[in-house]
Design a protein around this ligand. Structure first.
Ligand SMILES: [Fe+2]
Length: 243
C-alpha cells in the first residue's frame, strides 16, 4: 500500500550531489548567458549541497563555432572565476548532437563525461533526427566508446520499442530531473516515469539552462518511494564518472 503514496524530495536530497549535464558554461550555447548568472547559480547550487558538476555545452550545427579547443579555453577561464566564488568542483564535457558534423567531432576527440575518456553524452533532435544516428553510434562503439543518451524521455519519435532497442545496443540512459515534473510536456513526463520504474536509467542530470525552470518546477516533483530510491541510486552512479 505504501508504494502508492507520493512524496516531495527531501530538503537535503542533493547533499553531496554530482551533476553530469548542465549548460552553465556562459555564452557558448542556449544555456546561461553571462558569467554573473552562472556564478550566481553555482552559489545557489552549493547551498543545496551540490559538490561536483560536469559542464556540457552543445556541440551541434546550431553552434558551428563550438569546437574542442574553443570550448576548452572558455572553460578554463570560467573555472578560474568560479574558484573564487564557490567550492564546487567543475569538469568539462560536451553534449554531442548526432548530426552531420558528429564525425568531425569524433575526429577532433570527444570531451567525455568520465576521466577514462570513454563516456560520450549524445543527443538527437526531438523531431527530425539524423536517420544515420545508429550508424554514428555504432562507429564510436567500435572504438570502445560508450554512448550515454541524454534525456531519452524527451524524443518525440521514441516509443518503448526504441528504448528496448537502445538498451539492447548497450547505450546508457541519462534522465533529466525536471522531466519528472512535466517541464517538457506530458509524453516526456509519462516516459520518464516509465523508464525510471523499469530501471532503464543509468545516470541523472539537471540539463540546467537557467535557474528559472528549476525554481518553478523543482518543487512540483512528487514521487513514489521506489522512484526516490531509484534517483538516489542514479546520483550514486553519477559519482562513478568522477573516479
Ligand atoms: Fe543539454
Amino acid at each position: 500500500m505504501l508504494g502508492i503514496f507520493k512524496h516531495y524530495l527531501p530538503e537535503d536530497f542533493f547533499q553531496g550531489a554530482h551533476d553530469i549535464h548542465c549548460h552553465l558554461l556562459p555564452g557558448v550555447d542556449d544555456g546561461f548567458p553571462s558569467t554573473e548568472k552562472s556564478l550566481y547559480a553555482l552559489k545557489k547550487l552549493e547551498e543545496h549541497g551540490v559538490k561536483k558538476m560536469i559542464l556540457t555545452p552543445h556541440f551541434m550545427n546550431d553552434y558551428p563555432n563550438n569546437n574542442r579547443a574553443s570550448i576548452t579555453a572558455e572553460f578554463e577561464a570560467f573555472k578560474k572565476e568560479a574558484a573564487n566564488a564557490c567550492q564546487i568542483e567543475l569538469r568539462l564535457a560536451g553534449e554531442y548532437m548526432l548530426d552531420r558534423r558528429f564525425p568531425e567531432r569524433h575526429e577532433e576527440g570527444f570531451l567525455t563525461l568520465d576521466r577514462a575518456g570513454t563516456h560520450v553524452l549524445c543527443e538527437t533532435s526531438y523531431l527530425m533526427y539524423e536517420q544515420n544516428y545508429t550508424n554514428l553510434l555504432y562507429d564510436i562503439m567500435c572504438e570502445e566508446l560508450q554512448p550515454v543518451i541524454a534525456h531519452p524521455e524527451r524524443y518525440e519519435y521514441a516509443g518503448r520499442d526504441v528504448y528496448y532497442r537502445w538498451r539492447d545496443k548497450s547505450y546508457k540512459f541519462q534522465l533529466n530531473l525536471l522531466s519528472l515534473a512535466g517541464v517538457y510536456g506530458g509524453p516526456a513526463f509519462e516516459k520518464s516515469h516509465f523508464l525510471l520504474n523499469e530501471g532503464f536509467y543509468d545516470y541523472i542530470g539537471s540539463d540546467m539552462h537557467g535557474l528559472d525552470n528549476f525554481k518553478r518546477f523543482f518543487p512540483e516533483i512528487k514521487l513514489k518511494t521506489k522512484e526516490i530510491d531509484a534517483i538516489a541510486q542514479l546520483l550514486e552512479n553519477n559519482k562513478t564518472l568522477f573516479d
